[in-house]
Design a protein around this ligand. Structure first.
Ligand SMILES: [Ca+2]
Ligand SMILES: [Ca+2]
Length: 387
């Protein structure tokens, strides 16, 4: 079996991979950058993509775990996503005061933990400026790991996911190392590799406080023998400068995240006027390919909604990304009507479940290479039906 993805996903015979067999043997056989004998980099991007399509390599990422069913970024959420069939689970990384990487979607933890109910931490409530915008709450960088471990996670959107609130108070904030340990255990138990797709959250914000995420990320991956071109790992960021720096330190593939609004905050901070719209232009994607292997756009950058909230005409993003040799993993596929295009709503009730199968089918038709979903089970079922 030979399979490839752009750039660092280099083709190699399966027998060569078997030599290094471990729980992290990748579905995508790859080799080190030094390998030249079957180096697919010699193939044109289009040829490499055509070759990749021969293989079952559609990537399903459990977004914040199985966050449609458990409070996000808890070991319970990640474990459920893996058991539902996710190829990768997605820890978003922030840091504690004592510089331990933990998994939260943002440094502020009032929205996803019970910190407000802890009188001993009342004085930690602050208003900070996060990426240029004031934000009031409690911030991970003001807590030691030991203090954070006394908190319990809660559902972020109880109005939409009332059923998840039954798990409020049951789970801690995990460290990045605990997430890696979980994937190792589940890879052994399930007999297939569970990958990780970590995201550096607000890199500039943490760098400015002397608590940069990147050195800890590199150290942790290296310590776990995951800083390898054939490790089942993608590293993602909404900023650019930190990905360019990580490209020199990490051998795993990198993904540039983009949004339908705004600009990378490191661009804003340095006076660079370019926006995410510039990054997903044909020219911008060519530049992304100089330091990254994929792009993670918001769904509407691929298929914008029309005036009625239904799917409109697809953009050229997927085509242009593929021409640049980049894989495309959009976010976020969620079953509730609140998040679905109007085409797939089941009712006017925001929390009701709608036709996520239909939405995924529409995006697969445009040629995406994978997706982030809060509902791994549905993404996996859709994938099975497409075979
Ligand atoms: Ca994320
Ligand atoms: Ca909707």
């Amino acid at each position: 079996m030979i399979s490839v993805l752009p750039r660092r996903f280099v083709a190699v015979a399966a027998s060569a991979v078997a030599v290094g067999a471990s729980v992290f043997v990748p579905q995508l056989s790859t080799s080190s950058p030094q390998t030249t004998a079957q180096d697919s980099a010699s193939l044109a991007p289009a040829a490499r993509l055509a070759e990749a399509k021969h293989h079952d390599d559609f990537v399903i990422v459990g977004h914040r775990g199985a966050s449609g069913y458990r409070p996000e970024h808890t070991l319970a959420s990640y474990e459920l996503a893996a058991r539902m069939g996710a190829d990768y689970i997605e820890p978003d990384l922030v840091t504690t005061k004592d510089h331990v990487l933990v998994t939260r979607h943002e440094p502020e933890i009032g929205g996803t933990t019970d910190v407000a109910a802890h009188p001993e931490f009342a004085a930690r409530k602050k208003t900070k400026v996060l990426d240029g915008a004031p934000l009031t709450g409690w911030f991970t960088e003001d807590f030691t790991l030991k203090e954070l471990k006394t908190l319990r996670a809660k559902e972020r959107i109880p109005a939409i996911r009332q059923h998840n609130t039954v798990f409020d108070g049951h789970y801690q904030i995990p460290t990045f190392q605990e997430v890696i340990d979980l994937t190792k255990r589940l890879s052994r138990e399930l007999g297939r590799p569970i990958g990780i797709y970590p995201e550096t959250k607000h890199p500039t914000y943490f760098q400015q406080q002397g608590l940069a995420l990147e050195p800890e990320l590199v150290k942790t991956l290296t310590r776990n023998n995951l800083n390898r071109s054939d490790a089942k790992v993608f590293v993602q960021s909404f900023e650019v400068a930190n990905l360019k720096a990580l490209d020199k330190q990490l051998r795993v593939p990198l993904v540039q995240l983009t949004s339908s609004v705004g600009a990378p905050y490191d661009f804003v901070a340095s006076g660079d006027k370019r926006t995410y719209a510039d990054i997903v232009s044909a020219k911008g994607l060519q530049e992304v390919a100089s330091y990254a292997d994929g792009v993670g756009p918001s769904k509407d950058q691929i298929i914008p909604l029309d005036a009625t909230g239904k799917l409109g005409t697809p953009t050229n993003l997927v085509r242009d990304a593929h021409r640049a040799g980049l894989v495309v993993h959009p976010y976020t596929f969620r079953v509730e009507n609140n998040f679905l295009p109007a085409d797939f709503d089941s009712s006017t009730v925001a929390s009701d479940s709608g036709n996520l199968f239909g939405e995924i089918a529409a995006y697969r038709k445009v040629g995406i290479d994978g997706l982030f979903s809060d509902n791994t089970d549905i993404a996996v079922a859709a994938e099975a039906e497409s075979r």
